[in-house]
Design a protein around this ligand. Structure first.
Ligand code: DSN
Length: 425
């Protein structure tokens, strides 16, 4: 068959873009070659609705082994008793948790999107906000989760579920405090650890599993796997909320969640992606992964210091994890302008609302900067100073195309010391 050059030339072009640029999108990373290779394999051809040993199709004996291996490795990574590796994405994982726990119209509490939360934590534009009654807590003026507001809302509104987790929050979470108020009102605590999961797996941040009933994650951020989602329980339990399956039977939480993924919200699992998840989980279990996590945190702190020393205003004044959120208003720049200008210099990040932002989500006053991807490339603390220099030069000369072009050339030559996928030629 003739090679589809129209598509493969574009894939090559994207590879070149990834190689030359400085990738600072906090939710992105570079998988190992093995993880990518596993995704491009024949399990993509297989229908396997159901779960290992309980499928609706024949010929599932090998994909059963693949999926079981992914489950077993993930359980080991997070010291869990149960895991579901089928969600196609973090949003799908969260949809399944909602389906298992909530009835339409019931109340839940999550971090406001405009304060660093996620779409699936109750945005009016998302299924979570459309189907259920979303209530939101925010952050204080200091940029820290407003636990008092969360507790007050929990006590007065009595939501059925409290979600902790964020997309643009640079501090660790007090899961124990959230569980304490949830226990007072009998609420489910659900942690979406999509962003910091790799740092939690490496034992470098607070462990949500001891305090949160249900935990979900994506697999492609700090976990450095293929794009996808997972749901986990450290301890399975007979659900004390009387939650029932679609036939009206009381079930263990694990069983309700399995049913909510399939057949509740998904059809056939993507077994080629599950194979790649298994490879990534194997990599996380290797001793190298903890060193990666430590380097991510050191790099983020070095980068935060470099920004602060140049007069940038970091929300909460710093970071505990892999990212930082920067308010650009004192630099007379919007997030949109900063993102678009940095793009021209091959520095990729995203505009982001900052807490109490006065601009629309399409413009924003801030940028979110993350180091997981550049750390995977091999960058160290001293390189963060160089990267921040590039960013500062571009932002302080945002209308000077010659300066931007010069930085673009510098970025390209800087990134040559961090080769990517050399085996691909
Ligand atoms: N869109 C992801 C992020 O960038 O954080 C979250 O799903």
């Amino acid at each position: 068959m003739q090679k589809d050059t129209a598509v493969f030339n574009l894939i090559d072009k994207e590879l070149e873009r990834q190689r030359h640029g400085i990738e600072l999108i906090a939710s992105e990373n570079f998988t190992s070659l093995q993880v990518m290779q596993a995704m491009g394999t024949c399990p993509t051809n297989k229908y396997a609705e159901g779960y290992p040993g309980k499928r609706y199709y024949g010929g599932c004996e090998v994909v059963d082994e693949i999926e079981q291996l992914a489950i077993d490795r993930l359980k080991q990574v997070f010291n869990c008793s149960w895991a579901n590796v089928q969600p196609h994405s973090g949003a799908s994982a969260n949809a399944a948790v909602f389906l298992a726990v909530m009835k339409p119209g019931e109340k839940f509490l999550g971090l406001d999107l405009s304060m660093g939360g996620h779409l699936t934590h109750g945005s009016p534009a998302n299924f979570s906000g459309k189907t259920y009654h979303a209530l939101h807590y925010g952050v204080t003026k200091d940029g820290i989760v407003d636990y008092e507001q969360l507790e007050n809302l929990a006590r007065t509104e009595k939501p059925k579920m409290i979600i902790c987790g964020a997309s643009a929050y640079s501090r660790d979470w007090d899961y124990k405090r959230i569980r304490a108020v949830a226990d007072e009102i009998g609420a489910v605590v659900f942690a979406d650890i999509a962003h910091p999961a790799g740092l939690i797996a490496a034992g470098l941040l607070n462990d949500p599993f001891d305090h949160c009933h249900i935990v979900s994650s994506t697999t492609h951020k700090t976990l450095r796997g293929p794009r996808g989602g997972v749901i986990m329980l450290r301890h399975d339990f007979e659900n004390p909320w009387g939650l029932k399956d679609p036939k009206g039977n009381l079930r263990m939480m694990s069983s309700l969640l399995d049913l909510a993924v399939f057949p509740g919200s998904q059809g056939g699992p993507l077994e080629h992606v599950i194979a790649a998840k298994a490879v990534a989980f194997g990599e996380i279990l290797s001793p190298d992964f903890k060193a990666y996590g430590q380097q991510v945190i050191s790099n983020a702190q070095a980068m935060a210091t470099a920004f602060v020393s140049r007069g940038y205003n970091l929300i909460s004044n710093g970071t505990d994890n892999h990212l930082m959120l920067i308010d650009l208003r004192n630099k007379n720049l919007t997030g949109k302008k900063a993102q678009e200008t940095l793009d021209k210099a091959h520095i990729t990040l995203n505009k982001n609302a900052v807490p109490f932002d006065d601009k629309s989500p399409f413009v924003t006053s801030g940028i979110r900067v993350g180091v997981p991807a550049i750390t995977t490339r091999g960058a160290k603390e001293a390189d963060m100073e160089t990267v921040v220099n590039f960013i500062d030069k571009v932002l302080m000369n945002a209308d000077d195309e010659a300066v931007i072009a010069a930085v673009k050339a510098d970025v390209k030559s800087f990134m040559q010391q961090f080769p990517l996928y050399t085996e691909l030629g």
